[in-house]
Ligand binder design. Structure first.
Ligand code: GCW
Length: 652
């Protein structure tokens, strides 16, 4: 099998490719648009007009519009001709893909002029790819789709046609930036900034054709490890000069370079703390070096103590990002983006929205999601995360009258990519839906996720019969909640096997230094994060949330154990006790996964055999793992609490 076409199967281009099209304008992206249309015409018998006087056209893609942003486009139809106008190459490309998505619908009847523009200017994927295969993490850290698309045998692989194919897929869902290496920058990868930047430039050339700018993850210690300086102190003039020089050299070879991604003072990575400097000092030094060229530094807020003592009940990892960064509000340079994970912990299946989002009005905030399913089934389980991300993006940190997270994310939406060199791109073919959803939600954060999924289905499976469309919705729509049901309950999180994070390990992290505890004992479970009696985390929220989360009486059920330690007999708003809820959801979750597997089996013949087989095989593993989760979690809580299942089901 060649590369999976994902959401750009050739058949999709029939409507455009069977018509007569005029592409007007000059530039690399216009050439890309022209090339796309030409390929489609070759396939479907349409034609390209040579100029405005070369006969009448069904479709005009015109770059000469004024007054639109670089990424915007308009679409209209006077009854005979469909018109896409744009002022920038990206806008034209997005306009073309929009017409492709519409298919025949783009060519029927009149259509009043509509303007399309992305809500967020930066829509980015971060790859946690290593150049060298890391002894523990493998090549792609938390990668579940094979090796890296970008790096092989220790060097860049621009000739590998899949880089371009990837760029094309990303552009077609609206992504405009990619970081090509892991935020944990190891020794080999550090050199991508300096003597190996030429390899990054080769990748950048591939991405540029599709309007995507390349970013690099860099180590804060670069001046010492690469430059031979005695220090990396951000206020040291020699250090600043070193960075300025390094950045200048990068822009020599990559004129549209996007900027840096930095993980500093986090999980052992170097950072400004070693020099007694603040994270604003660190970020601003890099921002200053990038500013003359229009680059941005993405400074990650994932800073916490990963060596805490589990005996210490006062340290709360969830508090860390807020405690570190809120005092720095207003200090970050305009071209610094503070990149915040959407939840306060670490991409669990259920977390509250990070209280940092909304709490730094004078800072450009980027929100980070994780498409790679580290804690959500590692692309062996079906877990479409659209509903979770949408909930995050629609959350209003200051209540109904305030702005939504999707509006507060002025620095953009960033997702950790779930893609590798797997023939299906994402290991689990249905995980492509997560990647697509990231792009579309970054374009329109208040989009209805189920519509986005519907769009993905329509594109990936063109001309699908209703039975297939319904089947895909049936296995994907509720898959996140299904996964939540059979894993860690009520927002408490983790309970995974340490290290690789796959499969149940209820006490896996309970006595570890990582700050991820559930505190289950014979009487109850959960983390008291209230202001009154707990770690005070709940008070990091603005009203109304601080109050809502403060008390178990008002805290939403699904987050109860994130915020409170309650007895097993505590009655949820839903009416059952915590312990009974644990049993019920774990049985239900497995039953739902079994049902999904059955639905999928019934789609044989409607999906191409290789894809069908890959998904079917993963369902076997999902089921096996889900049962393991169910039985271990249920047994664990039965043994702790001594409370039997009210429905008398088998607990081990
Ligand atoms: O979720 C944790 C992962 C690490 C990752 C880290 C981060 C890249 O387990 O593998 O490191 O988060 O986001 O920096």
């Amino acid at each position: 099998m060649d590369v999976d076409p994902a959401w750009l199967p050739p058949a999709l281009f029939r409507a455009v490719g069977s018509r007569r099209t005029l592409v007007r304008g000059v530039g690399e992206l216009v050439d890309t648009v022209h090339g796309e249309v030409a390929t489609a015409c070759q396939r479907f018998g349409g034609s390209l007009a040579r100029g405005p006087r070369d006969g009448s056209c069904d479709l005009v893609l015109d770059l000469s519009a004024s007054g639109l942003g670089d990424e915007d486009f308009t679409l209209s139809r006077d009854g005979r001709t469909t018109m896409v106008t744009a002022s920038g190459g990206r806008g034209l490309l997005y306009g073309l893909f929009h017409v492709v998505r519409l298919g025949e619908a783009a060519f029927g009847g009149a259509r009043a002029r509509e303007t399309h523009r992305p809500a967020l200017a930066l829509r980015m994927l971060d790859h946690w790819d290593n150049v060298a295969v890391h002894p523990v993490m493998g090549q792609v850290e938390r990668g579940y789709a094979g090796g890296s698309l970008f790096w092989k045998d220790g060097r860049a692989r621009p000739e590998y046609g899949r880089v371009r194919a990837y760029a094309r897929l990303l552009a077609a869902c609206g992504i405009n930036a990619v970081a090509v290496n892991n935020v944990n920058v190891h020794d080999t990868e550090a050199h991508l900034l300096t003597d190996r930047v030429g390899e990054v430039a080769l990748l950048a050339a591939e991405f540029r054709r599709y309007g995507i700018r390349v970013h690099l993850s860099v180590t804060f210690a670069a001046p010492t490890v690469l430059g031979g300086l005695p220090s990396a102190d951000p206020l040291d003039a020699a250090v600043r000069a070193w960075w300025a020089g390094a950045v200048r050299d990068v822009y020599e070879v990559i004129p549209d370079f996007g900027g840096f991604v930095v993980k500093a003072d986090s999980e052992g990575r170097p950072g400004p703390f070693a020099y007694g400097r603040s994270h604003a000092d660190g970020a601003n030094m890099l921002a200053a070096a990038l500013a003359p060229y229009g680059g941005t530094v993405h400074w990650r807020a994932f800073v916490y103590d990963h060596r805490q003592d589990w005996r210490d009940r006062t340290t709360d990892r969830a508090r860390a990002a807020y405690d570190h960064f809120v005092p720095l509000d207003g200090e970050f340079a305009p071209n610094a983006v503070l990149q915040v994970k959407h939840g306060p912990m670490d991409f669990q299946v259920r977390e509250p929205v990070s209280p940092l989002i909304g709490a730094m009005p004078r800072t450009r905030l980027g929100v980070e999601l994780q498409a790679t399913q580290e804690y959500t089934g590692q692309q062996r389980h079906v877990c479409w995360l659209g509903p979770m991300w949408s909930q995050v993006l629609r959350f209003r940190p200051e209540g109904e009258a305030g702005a939504a997270v999707g509006e507060l994310a002025r620095g953009g939406l960033v997702a950790v990519s779930n893609v590798g060199d797997d023939p299906f791109w994402t290991g689990h073919p249905l995980a492509q839906a997560n990647l697509y959803t990231c792009g579309r939600l970054a374009w329109q954060p208040d989009a209805e996720p189920r519509d986005v999924l519907g769009e993905w289905i329509g594109l990936t499976f063109p001309d699908a019969p209703k039975r297939l469309v319904d089947g895909l919705h049936a296995v994907l729509d509720g898959s996140w909640r299904t996964y939540e049901k059979y894993t860690a309950p009520l927002g408490v999180g983790f309970m995974v096997q340490p290290g690789h994070h796959y499969g149940p390990g209820v006490d896996g992290y309970e006595y570890s230094p990582w700050g991820t505890y559930h505190f289950a004992d014979r009487d109850g479970v959960g983390v008291d994060r209230s202001r009154a009696t707990g770690t005070g985390y709940a008070a990091q929220y603005a009203q109304p949330w601080a109050e809502v989360y403060e008390s178990p009486r008002t805290c939403p059920d699904e987050l109860l154990l994130f915020f409170h330690h309650v007895p097993y007999g505590h009655v949820l708003h839903g009416g059952s006790t915590v312990i009974q809820h644990i049993y019920d959801t774990h049985f239900e979750g497995v039953a739902e996964a079994e049902e999904a597997r059955r639905v999928w089996a019934g789609l044989t013949g409607l999906v191409d055999p290789a894809r069908h087989a890959r998904v079917a095989e993963r369902y076997e593993e999902q089921l096996h793992s889900a049962r393991e989760w169910r039985d271990q979690v249920n047994a664990y809580f039965f043994r702790k609490s001594g409370v039997p299942d009210g429905r008398g089901r088998r607990i081990y």
